[in-house]
Structure formats: structure tokens, C-alpha cells
Design a protein around this ligand. Structure first.
Ligand code: HH2
Length: 276
């Protein structure tokens, strides 16, 4: 994908009982596949399938259970929307390997490929990699996030991970970087990162951003219910695109895709028609 001139939407397909905003909404593979198809129809070019919630304090899921959740969905989407780019949102190397075999072509690892086994899986394939920053683990990350300079530290982490992956034989062009909004960050940390999006990745690597319905939006809006975080998410899609983000990970594709198209028209960058 050439993301220099345009951005793309990544639709979230959570196959979990406990995700923070859509847990339990797609209890079986058919419902999740139908949801992914609808997101594709609405303009998502990437579908990010996840079988383990990363919300603060979420219960860990065994690899077998996670595979039982995601593999039928990936196989179903592969058939139903052959042109969609499928991504697996996982922290486990064995799940990532099985997902690649089932048709995924991106590994989205919220631990930033810090586990050697995950690097090995990526190095053996030609998949894309989403390298995200997180302080701590999903279990502990929101207890007391602390930084001296959050922007400098996130930038340094992402740059060091990129170098480590390149040293492991992975081409730079395969890597996308993500500051990990809400992953071991206070409200102030999240706002500081959003203020400095253009400083977080080296100029040649695209930035992915996941802000959709996250709790820092609720905090700014005075603890808005999840269903009321939609408009601020759409606003952030415009702002983030203007400040350089190239992949926007969202739950509600239709509105965010329209906002992206409008923003790109103003920026003078035509959103390329999708291949289908
Ligand atoms: N956010 C979530 C999950 N995966 N991956 C990347 N690269 N960036 C993100 O910001 C990101 C992510 C959390 O959102 P969601 O999937 O809706 O919730 P849950 O983890 O509870 O399933």
C-alpha cells in the first residue's frame, strides 16, 4: 500500500465477549463476518480481527481459545471479501502464525513486537506489521502511567522497535507505527501525543491511530456514555489525518470514512477509488 498521498480506514472486528465497547456483539463467526463485510462495504480497506480484549484489567485468553474465535472469522472474511486486507490483532505468536495461514496479511501486536517469537513469525512471512507502544501490560497499564516526556519516550520506543525489526531482517517498508492511545497513558498523555502526532514516527513510516470510542474521549466530554463518543471520534479522524496519520482504526466506518474523504478533499489529496 502506498500511503504517502492517502489514508485508509481499518475496521475493528472484535470476536470477544468483553471488549470495552463492542464485547459480545458478534458472538459467533457468522455475525462477525457479516459485521466485517458491512465495514468493507462502508469503506474499510483493512479489517482488524481480534479475539482477546486489551481493555484495562481484561482477563487473559488462552491461545487455543483465541484461535477458536478468530480463525473461522478470518477464513469467512477471506471468502466473503477477497479484496479486503485482513489484520490479526494479537499478542501471541502462535495465534499470529495461524492467522497468517488463514489469510491475514498484517500482524497488529499491541506489545510492539517485543517478544522474540512474534518477531520470528513476522520474519518468516511477508506480512505487514503494526508496532504499537504500550507502557506495562493490559492488566496493569492504567494503574499509574508515568513518563518524563511522553512524546519523546513513545517516539524513541517506536524508533528502537523499527531498528530491531530491521536488524531481524524485516524490511522497513512492512512496518507501521502506532503510539497506542489509551495503553498505559493518562488523559494528559493521550492529549500530548495527539498534539504531536507529526513527531512520533520517522518521516518514511506511516502512523496508525486507534482512538475510536476510547475512555479519554469520555473523560474530556464529562464521562460520556460509549454511544456518545462517536462524534468526537469522527472529529479526531479529521484532525489525525491532517496531522499525518495514515491508518485510522475505528468501530464506525461509515461516518469516519466520510470524514476522511472530506478532509482529504480539503488537503487536496484525492482518496483513491478502491479496487472493487
Ligand atoms: N486499540 C485497541 C485494540 N487494539 N491496536 C492498535 N494497533 N492500536 C490501538 O489503538 C488498539 C489496538 C483497543 O480497542 P478495541 O479493540 O475496541 O477494544 P478491546 O481491546 O477491549 O477489544
Amino acid at each position: 500500500m502506498d500511503l504517502r498521498e492517502r489514508a485508509v480506514m481499518m475496521g475493528i472486528v472484535n470476536v470477544t465477549p468483553d471488549s470495552f465497547s463492542d464485547g459480545g456483539r458478534f458472538p459467533d463467526a457468522n455475525a462477525a463476518v457479516a459485521h466485517g463485510m458491512a465495514q468493507w462495504e462502508s469503506g474499510a480497506e483493512i479489517l482488524d480481527v481480534g479475539g482477546e480484549s486489551t481493555r484495562p484489567g481484561a482477563a487473559e485468553v488462552a491461545a487455543e481459545e483465541e484461535m477458536d474465535r478468530v480463525l473461522p472469522v478470518l477464513a469467512g472474511l477471506r471468502q466473503a471479501v477477497p479484496d479486503a486486507i485482513l489484520s490479526i490483532d494479537t499478542m501471541k505468536a502462535e495465534v499470529a502464525a495461524a492467522a497468517l495461514a488463514a489469510g491475514a496479511s498484517i500482524i497488529n501486536d499491541v506489545t510492539g513486537f517485543t517478544h522474540p517469537a512474534m518477531i520470528e513469525v513476522a520474519a518468516r512471512s511477508s506480512c505487514g506489521l503494526v508496532v504499537m507502544h504500550m507502557q506495562g501490560t493490559p492488566r496493569t497499564m492504567q494503574s499509574a502511567p508515568r513518563y518524563d516526556d511522553v512524546v519523546a519516550e513513545v517516539r524513541a520506543f517506536l524508533s528502537a522497535r523499527l531498528d530491531a525489526l530491521v536488524s531481524a531482517g524485516i524490511a522497513r517498508e512492512r512496518v507501521v507505527l502506532d503510539p497506542g492511545i489509551g495503553f498505559g497513558k493518562s488523559l494528559e498523555h493521550n492529549l500530548a501525543l495527539l498534539r504531536s502526532l507529526d513527531q512520533l514516527s520517522p518521516p518514511d513510516r506511516p502512523l496508525l491511530l486507534g482512538v475510536s470510542r476510547k475512555s479519554f474521549i469520555g473523560a474530556v466530554l464529562g464521562n460520556a456514555e460509549l454511544s456518545n463518543r462517536h462524534w468526537a471520534t469522527v472529529a479526531l479522524t479529521c484532525l489525525a489525518r491532517e496531522r499525518g496519520a495514515r491508518i485510522l482504526r475505528v468501530h464506525d466506518v461509515t461516518a469516519n470514512a466520510q470524514a476522511l474523504r472530506m478532509t482529504e478533499a480539503i488537503l487536496g489529496q484525492a482518496t483513491r477509488a478502491r479496487p472493487n
